[in-house]
Design a protein around this ligand. Sequence first.
Ligand SMILES: Nc1nc2c(ncn2[C@@H]2O[C@H](COP(=O)(O)OP(=O)(O)OP(=O)(O)O)[C@@H](O)[C@H]2O)c(=O)[nH]1
Length: 382
Amino acid sequence: MSLNPPFYGDYGHGSAAQLSLQRYYQQILPETQKKDGTKSSDPTAVGASTKSKPRLLLMGQRRSGKSSISSVVFHKLPPNETLFLESTVRIQKDSMASFMDFQVWDFPGQIDIFEDNGFDMDAIFGEIGALIWVIDAQDDYLEAVARLNSTIAILQSRYPNINIEVFIHKVDGLSDDYKLDIQRDITIRIQDELSDQGYENAPVTFHLTSIYNHSIFEAFSKVIQKLIPRLGTLESMLDNLCRTCRFGKAYLFDVLSKIYIATDSSPADMASYEICSDYIDVIIDITDVYGTWHRSEEGRKRLEGEPWNGKLEDQVGCPTVESCLVLHDSKKPIMLREVDRYLALVAIMGEDSYDKMPLVNMNVEATVEGLTEFFNITRRKK
Ligand SMILES: Nc1nc2c(ncn2[C@@H]2O[C@H](COP(=O)(O)OP(=O)(O)OP(=O)(O)O)[C@@H](O)[C@H]2O)c(=O)[nH]1
């Protein structure tokens, strides 16, 4: 078995204290010397490794939750440990080794990069994938909305193609009605301002998020999906799989972050996403405990001998992780199949599909081959 999740970025797993310490060390790393000798926190001082990767910029007011989002989604920090995160003082750059290498930049809330002349806008926004603006829904958000409005106006005039994703964050603990009221109010305030300035179709999208439930992963999934070239091809592969195998829902997951990068076109519901994403955790925990499956020489000989007479590799369905689980109360099996080091296909099967496992396996195998080919081609084209 594999499915060993790759380590993301620079922190890896760790306690809140370790994380704070690592963040602190990163923040006090020798700053870049400007030509005139003054110190600079210029974000253009990016190493070659961080160039040419789509970038997600996390911006917003102080304490709005930017570092918490990045730590929970990309570093598996338990949400309640974000209480101990220290305020970010310099731009925090993380490279994610994933199915698509991308970077996450966490901006300190107290800096307004548009007012401070030390920032090179082209270096920040030149290769950007999306700007994620985090608004604290539990606080007075008028100032945050005003700052977002001026940011959108600047970006629309200079970089009109940047996707702007507004995370109306910390909505846990708010009633459903209140959440929707806030979303409506913020949306109207932003759209009114934009149309006053003559920007009718600015690419601004709103998400209700919290680190205490799956909504933050769902929102990131939607953000990342916009960056995938030919997403429609992936979706139609999953549609075909669902149709031929009578699956209820299929997701292609990035294993560690549990962001889903594609799903079939049937209506998405949070419950199916949650169960599939929790299933990944179960499998990762099992592989963490039992590791790679080593067979004894004797056991291998027995399996390769009479009556099978064939190499074990030719007898097993696939060399990577493959798992299926039936929940007692729903009677709908959930299946998981590893696609590569980073990706896994997880699907909720129909009630009758368990009887047709050989056919299901064949179709899953064909889909995995298709997905592998898809990523080989799109990676080559970049
Ligand atoms: N209730 C709730 N609290 C959250 C959520 N996300 C973050 N927080 C809390 O918000 C506080 C501030 O979080 P940070 O991630 O440090 O905020 P930041 O935007 O990075 O702040 P700066 O580094 O100062 O810009 C922490 O105490 C978090 O625990 C959430 O979804 N719900």
